[in-house]
Design a protein around this ligand. Structure first.
Ligand SMILES: Nc1ncnc2c1ncn2[C@@H]1O[C@H](COP(=O)(O)OP(=O)(O)OP(=O)(O)O)[C@@H](O)[C@H]1O
Length: 321
């Protein structure tokens, strides 16, 4: 395995002016990122999430060389982002939702051409990559439209293409699906999933849309108040917070539900009851229910929104089974 993004003791302080009383303002130092350690391997797709103001964008800005850390070490593709920013730029792609790397007055096609010159990409390579993006991201119908006239979803598809035309090894995305309609979100997610499946590109993305994470990321980093509070899979997060799959059973006629080891029973009505799976599998449970006049059974997966909301609000971790 090869670590492509590494950070140790990463810290960024900002000086802010805070109002004290009627007229006085004091300068105060706040740590937007407060001792973050990261090690992301080649080909990983990592979601970086956290509540507003947690420090996500600040971290990405330091990893891409836009901001100088107050303390700590960073290595991305073996480079120090601030000191070797130009060399790093050839190896990474960056999409920050708020900022554009396209030329507003030019048609998308010409922006792509300019980027080819800036990064000195051989024409044949450029053509192959552009063709791929055109088909996967459906660019053709607006390729000749000036960027300022594009919808948000069209522009985001253009931004992703722009970030990839020089063949980066690492892609940093800050809120790639923010404000997009359902169809554009799906297009962007599908595209990123495909990109990730090749295993060649390492992807780190911030998002408030947890469906992005569920669709794309095996690994989740959660940051709060500038510190990493979870690093692991979504399943590990569920396990840590004790969230469980639930089996909902509906009967044709009233019957007493059995107690099943490894499942916690809740009777909702004479015809409906639920089991939280604390140890048993859904299959084991269904075997125990075989004699009942069952009309319908459904399995409800734990909701990642719930778990993350609990994590953000600091609800203590329950004892997982
Ligand atoms: N240039 C700056 N000067 C002062 N404070 C800043 C600056 N940039 C960020 N901050 C502060 O640092 C903290 C972290 O901000 P950051 O933008 O990294 O959060 P975030 O996790 O990306 O939030 P969001 O989800 O709202 O985008 C916030 O409290 C923010 O107000």
């Amino acid at each position: 395995m090869m670590t492509v993004i590494a950070a140790h003791g990463l810290r960024k302080e900002f000086t802010v002016r805070v109002k004290v009383g009627w007229l006085r303002r004091d300068r105060r130092t706040v740590a937007a990122v407060d001792g973050v350690d990261l090690a992301i391997e080649r080909g990983e797709m990592v979601g970086y999430i956290g509540p507003n103001g947690a420090g996500k964008s600040t971290t990405l800005k330091m990893l891409t060389g836009v901001l100088t850390p107050t303390a700590g070490q960073i290595s991305v593709c073996g480079f120090s982002p601030v000191r070797q920013r130009t060399r790093l730029a050839r190896r990474i792609g960056v999409v920050f939702g708020q900022r554009s790397q396209l030329w507003w007055d030019l048609p998308l096609r010409e922006s792509f051409d300019l980027l080819r010159h800036i990064y000195r990409v051989p024409p044949a390579e450029h053509a192959v990559r552009l063709r791929r993006c055109r088909s996967l991201l459906d660019l053709d119908e607006f390729l000749d439209t000036p960027v300022r006239q594009l919808s948000l979803g069209q522009r985001m598809r253009g931004e992703l293409t722009a970030a990839l035309l020089h063949g980066p090894e690492v892609l940093f995305l800050d809120e790639p699906t923010i404000g997009l309609d359902v169809v554009s979100k799906q297009a962007v997610r599908g595209f990123l999933a495909e990109l990730g499946a090749t295993g060649d590109v390492t992807l780190m993305l911030t998002t408030h849309d947890l469906a992005d994470i569920e669709k794309l990321c095996r690994r989740l980093l959660v940051i709060d108040h500038g510190r990493v509070v979870h690093d692991g899979t979504i399943e590990a997060l569920h396990a840590r917070y004790g969230s469980r799959r639930r089996v909902v059973v509906e009967l044709e006629s009233p019957e007493a539900p059995p107690e099943v080891p490894g499942a916690t029973l809740t009777v909702v009505s004479p015809l409906r009851f639920e089991y939280d799976l604390t140890g048993a599998t859904a299959g084991e449970l269904l075997v125990r229910l075989a004699g009942l006049p069952i009309r319908d059974v459904s399995i409800v997966e734990p909701d990642i929104e719930d778990v993350v909301a609990r994590l953000y609000t600091g609800v203590p971790v329950t004892d997982a089974p």
